[in-house]
Ligand binder design. Structure first.
Ligand code: PLP
Length: 382
């Protein structure tokens, strides 16, 4: 099997699995308890908080563990809007965000006095920082723009947007679920106030993630209970998962530079091969401001899902659009926002590389894809 769906999820790194198993078997304590068994769990929690903080150059007290990227996005949006205590709110986001952001914005707008501006993107999937500036209003409570898009891999100009947000005194949230562990991240250099990350996107366990909240950011707890995570996120902590997340963060920090360069070479070889061999192939997303492991192509008049199934039969796992939107039969909201011609909208395939992929995979994938596109596409049927 050639696995090319690392943006959907990554396999758990063996060093992470070992930590999770060890903690699950040997450390069952509740970190809120005072005895030695509880203190041991507290020690693991503190260690993981430091490891995650180190990965994004934050302070440990600014890291709040969650059940993953979706919950981190939820807490960011709801936490900031709730802090306005009923005053009207306005959120600026983009039309290509993950549904964890889009659907929570829509829900906030439904329940509260909250309006949302969805900024358009250009043909490569980039948000224009000037559009952000123009959209700011007196009631703007939050700007939420993703670091890189999960479908087309475009890296957004978050530093520029952060500078605008800072100038205007507006909190800035970045969904970095696709970049943490894949690109070097320094929350201070980026200038962000809130940042979401998720373990299973960088070889950690599923169902665990974190929200970074810069000290001083207006934020009200919305998940209330026993007051864990300094009140920001109640609930007894998932210690094995959190310890695994910490280990994944350490591994990412250790290997990031080398692995990123290796994946970038594979990515570029795949892009070049597809463009040379398959006429009509259209690269989706930005050519250079792009995640090191993302390849996304559309083929005219070919069904992306047929390509996914055809490749699967040949032992190659890819995705059409994102995992969440594939299977719905609807063209992805991201590709629509990029303004793709209708004939290309349904024929997108996303291939996302990872640790197990090698140079040998590249020609195999190109060959299989070319064969399928020729077979399925009207382009070649004459
Ligand atoms: N945000 C982005 C950009 C994602 O790609 C994903 C997952 O695909 C999420 C949020 C949700 O993360 P999780 O699966 O950990 O809930």
């Amino acid at each position: 099997m050639i696995y090319l769906d690392h943006a959907a999820t990554t396999p758990v790194h063996p060093e992470v699995a070992a930590v999770v198993q060890d903690v699950m078997s040997n450390c069952f304590g509740n970190p809120s308890t005072l005895h030695a068994i509880g203190r041991e769990a507290r020690g693991l929690l503190d260690k993981a908080r430091q490891q995650v903080a180190d990965l994004i150059c934050a302070r440990p007290e600014e890291i709040f563990f969650t059940s993953g990227g979706t919950e981190a996005d939820f807490l960011a949006l709801w936490g900031v809007v709730s802090s306005r205590k009923g005053r009207g709110s306005h959120i600026i986001t983009s039309s290509i965000e993950h549904h964890a952001v889009l659907n929570n914005c829509a829900y906030l707008a439904e329940l509260f006095d909250c309006r949302v501006t969805y900024l358009p993107v250009d043909g490569a999937g980039m948000v224009d920082p000037d559009d952000v500036r123009r959209a700011i209003e007196r009631e703007t409570a939050l700007i939420s723009i993703m670091h890189a898009n999960n479908e087309v891999g475009t890296i957004e100009p978050v530093e520029e947007i952060a500078a605008i947000a800072r100038e205007e005194g507006i909190p800035f949230h970045v969904d970095a679920v696709q970049t943490v562990g894949h690109l070097p991240i320094d929350v201070n250099r980026l200038g962000v106030d809130l940042l979401s990350l998720s373990g299973h996107k960088f070889y950690g366990p599923k169902g665990v993630g974190a929200l970074y909240v810069r000290q001083g950011t207006p934020f009200t707890a919305v998940l209330r209970g026993g007051g864990q995570e300094r009140g920001y996120r109640s609930g007894t902590e998932n210690i094995p998962g959190i310890a695994g997340l910490g280990q994944a963060a350490d591994i990412a920090r250790r290997d990031l530079e080398e692995e990123t360069q290796r994946l970038q070479r594979l990515r570029d070889a795949l892009i070049q091969g597809i463009e040379e061999r398959i006429p009509g192939a259209r690269l989706n997303g930005h050519r250079t401001r792009r995640l090191p492991h993302n390849v996304n192509f559309s083929f005219p008049d070919v069904e992306g899902e047929s390509l996914v199934l055809g490749l699967d039969l040949q032992g190659i796992a890819v995705s059409s659009g994102s995992a969440c939107s594939s299977g719905t039969g609807e063209p992805s909201h991201v590709l629509r926002s990029l303004g793709l011609p209708e004939s290309y909208l349904n024929g997108a395939v996303r291939m996302t590389l990872g640790r197990a992929n090698t140079e040998e995979d590249v020609p195999v994938v190109i060959e299989a894809l070319e064969g399928l596109v020729r077979k399925l596409g009207r382009l070649f049927s004459a």
